[in-house]
Design a protein around this ligand. Structure first.
Ligand code: NAG
Ligand code: NAG
Length: 298
């Protein structure tokens, strides 16, 4: 209404006044809120092997943005934030399985290495396909994740999702309640165990990602002797490996049949789905300090 009534001269004056303010406000916002997108990889000290495999596939896919990556290690000896090469590592004694990283995002929301306008929330037991770097770039540009937006596949999605910083500001301490493994599974299927509410409850916009698809036969991707089911997330070009009948194949040494370890890239290449999609160099090309200890674990 006001715009319709405004004279052309007034409109011009309005724009001249508004424009510099709006653009400097935008600049201030970028400085205040950090880069458009960061990846959070939720992990723990025992999962060096999956982490190394993920890092290896990122390198092989020629992912460039390790400085936009935060690795959260729940159940660590102490609380500290540091850089390992370009990667930000958040160690915490807090442990809430897949949700530890969400609690850490709230705790460190203003840390210069953690702050971002939106986050892509991943778990350590994933690997990426060759299309991942472009997907990442798109989520921070043409398909940018909004400040108050939550974007995820339908349940079950293993808590893999994207959300804006506004969602973190809104959920606050929601994820500071430590959930047991079983509570975590309950959460993953859409419930609110121990009062820990779902992420979408804190978003103003909810957008769907395509549902994940099961890909091929279960694969012993970590060489533990326990094949994991493989699920592909089309909108992320990401694979998630799930130990369907239980857990502990990676933490308990008893179940590790370490004698049968095959080079991980070989395993991925051998997998029919990966074989079609995979064209990267050998996984052992990873050079990040993050992998020094864990590369031996492969
Ligand atoms: C990722 O890295 C490339 C190459 O350095 C850069 O041009 C691009 O802006 C980065 N993207 C994001 C979202 O940080
Ligand atoms: C990135 O976005 C552009 C524009 O929508 C699209 O054409 C392209 O396929 C996207 N890339 C990927 C890998 O999804």
């Amino acid at each position: 209404m006001a715009t319709v009534l405004r004279s052309p001269l007034a409109t011009l004056a309005w724009w001249l006044c508004l424009w510099p303010t709006a653009s400097s406000a935008r600049l201030a916002e970028t400085e205040l809120l950090g880069p458009p997108l960061k990846i959070v990889v939720n992990s723990n000290p025992h999962y060096a092997r999956p982490r190394a495999l993920l890092m290896g596939t990122l390198k092989a896919a020629q992912f460039q943005n390790f400085s936009e990556m935060i690795v959260v290690l729940g159940g660590s000896q102490k609380d500290q934030v540091y850089k390992d090469g370009d990667i930000t590592v958040v160690e915490t004694t807090f442990m809430s399985y897949d949700l530890t990283g969400l609690s850490m995002l709230w705790r460190h929301r203003n840390h210069p290495w953690v702050r971002a306008q939106a986050y892509m929330y991943l778990l350590d037991t994933v690997t990426v396909g060759v299309g991942f770097p472009e997907k990442f770039e798109n989520f921070s540009t043409v398909h940018r994740v909004g400040y108050h937006e939550y974007r995820a596949s339908p349940f079950p999605s293993s808590n893999i999702c994207l959300f804006g910083h506004g969602v973190v500001e809104s959920y606050r301490s929601n994820f500071d309640t430590a959930l047991a493994k079983q509570d975590g599974l309950w959460f993953e299927s859409g419930h609110a165990p121990r009062g820990v509410r779902q992420l979408d409850k804190f978003a103003r916009t909810i957008s769907p990602l395509k549902a994940r698809e099961e890909h091929g036969d279960p694969l012993d991707v970590y060489g533990t002797g326990f094949p994991r089911r493989v699920f592909w997330y089309p909108d992320l070009d990401l694979y998630k490996y799930i130990f369907w009948k239980g857990h502990g194949d990676l933490t308990g040494s008893s179940s590790l049949s370490s004698g049968v370890l095959t080079p991980a890239a070989g395993l991925l290449l051998a997998h029919p789905v990966h074989a079609r999609r995979w064209e990267g160099p050998n996984i052992r090309d990873c050079s990040s300090a993050m992998l020094k200890g864990s590369r031996q674990a492969l």
